[in-house]
Design a protein around this ligand. Structure first.
Ligand code: MG
Length: 386
């Protein structure tokens, strides 16, 4: 059997490492053609020596030397932003998995869809900031974007085999994050440890903070809008702490389809890599007799103002979601280094959004400029707070 060649951008992060687990469990089905990382050269070297891709790239160009020293045999080694783009356009790959954290994923995602290949997309930020450009290019080049985000993978699976008619509504489920049961009055003094401790998913730091503020769901609404071409008013968030139903689709006749599964990112990753087929899995199957019931509730918008901000930016459209996304990313970084409090995150986003002059169809270049402007604004705010 011909093996499917997978190229992974962001192979040292949480999604990238899980993808390599899936690939090694299914080594009769998959092989690795390319790998890239931003800075973790020691892990990238180990991965390259084990999975033997054709090429690897490291974002921090100064680390190319370490790769040359550590990687055995003949593997092409690239460095810098250009090197990552090289891997994103890799000729040999059948599917390109994009698992780069944050806005840094925009350029590589655009390059990957331009190649016309299947894209397994984990980096929601690329669609939030540049969804209009990326989805248009994907259509033009006939590149299929298969979501890796568990909720969107669920919706994508529910929509397969459905008539071409648009769904009536999407229900994006949310575990509620680590602060679901913590009262809002104690949010001001939350430690990073509490914020980073997600009850259901083990993830990278950025997305863990986004889960605590619930901005993760805000970004996911916008991600869903671009992936499924559906109006944000028709995308609802449902708090579902058991995290077993990964999302649902309601059709015009009132029928609702759901996708269920255990809480393990390897499930949506494997589906995105095996699509349009399904392969066997090494994971434990879901045992519904072992769950203590499934519950659903509305989100608390007052407690989590990031949700309100996200809906507002999504409805304004144009460059507003890009400002939402990059101000959130900068504010999360500031929180993680201890410069601001947890409750400052939505305050900063709201302030930056209110000062932004919206552009209808920002180009990739304009998006870069907006990100620079946002960075200055957020840094000024952090100085003022400290
Ligand atoms: Mg998700």
């Amino acid at each position: 059997m011909k093996k499917k060649k997978i190229c992974i951008l962001g192979s040292t992060g949480s999604i990238g490492r899980n993808a390599l687990k899936v690939i090694s469990d299914l080594s009769d089905r998959f092989e690795v053609s390319g790998l890239s990382a931003q800075s973790n050269s020691s892990l990238l070297i180990k991965q390259a020596n084990r999975f033997r891709p054709k090429a690897v790239a490291i974002g921090e160009e100064a680390r190319v030397g370490e790769l040359r020293k550590g990687i055995k045999g003949k593997i092409h080694i690239y460095g810098g932003e250009k090197g990552i783009e090289e891997i994103a356009r890799q000729e040999e790959a059948d599917t390109i998995l994009i698992a780069i954290s944050g806005s840094a994923s925009i350029g590589p995602t655009y390059s990957a869809v331009s190649s016309g290949k299947d894209i397994a997309l984990a980096s929601k930020e690329a669609l939030v900031s540049a969804g209009h450009i990326i989805t248009r290019e994907a259509k033009r080049k006939k590149s299929t974007i298969i979501p890796v985000d568990s909720e969107h993978s669920a919706v994508f699976q529910c929509l397969r085999g459905a008539e071409i008619s648009k769904p009536n509504r999407l229900y994006i489920t949310a575990s509620g994050g680590p602060l679901l049961k913590i009262p809002k009055r104690s949010f001001g003094n939350l430690s990073r440890k509490v914020v980073l401790k997600h009850p259901k998913w083990k993830m990278g730091k950025k997305i863990s903070v986004d889960s605590a503020t619930m901005m993760n769901k805000g970004l996911e609404i916008i991600e869903a809008k671009w992936l499924f071409g559906i109006d944000v008013d028709k995308i609802k968030i449902l708090i579902h702490p058991e995290a077993i139903v990964h999302s649902m689709v309601e059709f015009v006749d009132g029928s609702v389809l759901a996708q269920l599964g255990i809480t393990d990112m390897r499930l949506p990753i494997q589906y995105a890599l095996s699509y349009p087929e399904r392969y066997r899995s090494m994971l434990k199957p879901l045992d519904l007799t072992n769950t203590q019931g499934l519950t659903f509730d509305k989100p608390d918008i007052d407690k989590f103002p990031s949700l309100r901000l996200a809906y507002k930016a999504a409805k304004r459209g144009g460059s507003a979601p890009c400002v939402l996304n990059s101000s959130n990313e900068m504010a999360v970084r500031a929180f993680l280094r201890g410069s601001i409090r947890f409750t400052d995150i939505p305050l900063i986003i709201e302030k930056v959004l209110s000062q932004h002059r919206r552009i209808e169809f920002p180009s990739l270049e304009e998006i870069r400029k907006i990100e620079e402007w946002v960075k200055e604004k957020v840094e000024a705010f952090c100085l003022f707070r400290s």
